[in-house]
Design a protein around this ligand. Sequence first.
Ligand code: FAD
Length: 513
Amino acid sequence: ARTLRLILGDQLDAGHHWFKTNDVNVTYVIAELHQEAHYTTHHIQKICGFFAAMRRFAMALKQANFNVVYLTLDDTSNDKSLPELIQRLCHEYQCDCFEYQRPDEYRLAIQLADMVLMHTRVHCIESEHFFLPFEEISTYFTKNKHITMEHFYRKMRKRFNILMNGDFPEGGKWNFDNENRKKLKKADLTDIPAPLLFDYDIRDIVQRIKKHKIATLGQLQHPFIWPTSRAEAHQLLHYFCRYLLPNFGKFQDTMTANSAHKWSLYHSRLSFALNTKILSPSEVIRSAVAAYKNHPSTISIAQIEGFVRQILGWREYIRAVYWVNMPDYRTYNTLNAKRDLPPQFWTGQTKMRCLQHAITQSLEYAYAHHIQRLMITGNFCLLTGIHPDQVDNWYLGIYIDAIEWVEMPNTRGMTQFADNGIVATKPYAASGNYVNKMSDYCGDCHYNVKEKTTETACPLNSLYWHFMITHRARFATNPRIGMVYRNWDKQDEITKQHTLTRAQYYLDNISSL
Ligand code: FAD
């Protein structure tokens, strides 16, 4: 009896129990699939990253004497879909058993669950990647219901005994946000460490992408800078623990235009290695906590807690929201947003300096850090009422780490409030004041962040009020927002009218902002 095992591009987990023993009757398949390259328009670096990581994973398995079939786009160009390929391979390798790990994307989970194979048994097994077992998601989460991230996170801390002293949180508090989230001052700028970059040769992959006419967006970096092997991912993790973790939480929410390393700052850039499962979340947390224990004078509790919260808290939370709410989640559009995403999102050509920085670096590196995604591009789409399908599509394509399970609740939920508050209890809507507080973008922007109604007023200022007033009936009863409306009501009628007129002008001319 022979078994075929499928390894998807985001299942490159050398620690999975599949690889604990080597059975000569098992053949592993890793394939560059046309359906995966086409389901959205991806950033060129994203496709290169996945294919390079898949190839290197296959090579590592071969070196360890596993039977591995690696198929390129050339080899799979006649297979119309993943099930067709599986059917062909089962026949070719005479397998009477097919096994796959549970996909993290709804699209693939359904496609594989619906697959019918002749004379072949099919087994779906766990991927073993996340802290929270899949079947327990519904004991913590309910469809269409907001669950507070903070509560979920504390339960995870206790359950997995991370940063705990018995029943109490290490450092005496669960949350150190107040000590974090500082703005970078001029003197801090020269201290930002250079990001650790790699240099894997991807020329043949690029050629294949071109040969098969796969549409892509964004720019290529030669050589390839993202980690695509386990050794590189480990290097990046250790580099992070040593040089970036000491300031991770402190500068987590800040943005700057004035450093050569403005695109990476103190962020780990581990999301690609995590989402492809080259690294497991538990080993990332273990390494970071070990660094904190070994270097208490450089890494404070506020820094390590801030980092653990992202991975044990947010990442697990977002994945649970996705699964408990799919497939309906992808259709939610609570605020009835309808506008098209303007062309600047594909060119970076805009007079708004914040937007220009966030988009340009996304096109250049397939990367933007969280606050850029949330409070710059996300906030702009929220305030201007861009259709969430288009917002999702852009985020899903452009980022190296974008896989639907993590992209969609962050985008449609956290930034666009399209899920009616399943993720966020209030919309993350901000005027120029927030951008000015957390960044140095506004200084030499074409627009003036202090103005609201003039011809050069920062568009975010009037758009913010336009958004809040448009959705007043929905948000006025929210105790976290009520104050905003009282501030609006205090303004004189002329100012209010001019503000809304300016916003309408910007909306009507959104492509030339
Ligand atoms: P760091 O700042 O170093 O954080 C460490 C790790 O924490 C990340 O690698 C990630 O695994 C985890 N993390 C932090 N915040 C989140 C979060 N909100 N959700 C899930 N994990 C989190 N993350 C993705 O991995 N893929 C996406 O497609 C994606 N799309 C996003 C879209 C929007 C609109 C927003 C607001 C956020 C999105 N995020 C996404 C979450 C977050 O922005 C990225 O995980 C992070 O920027 C990746 O960079 P990093 O590895 O340097 O993260």
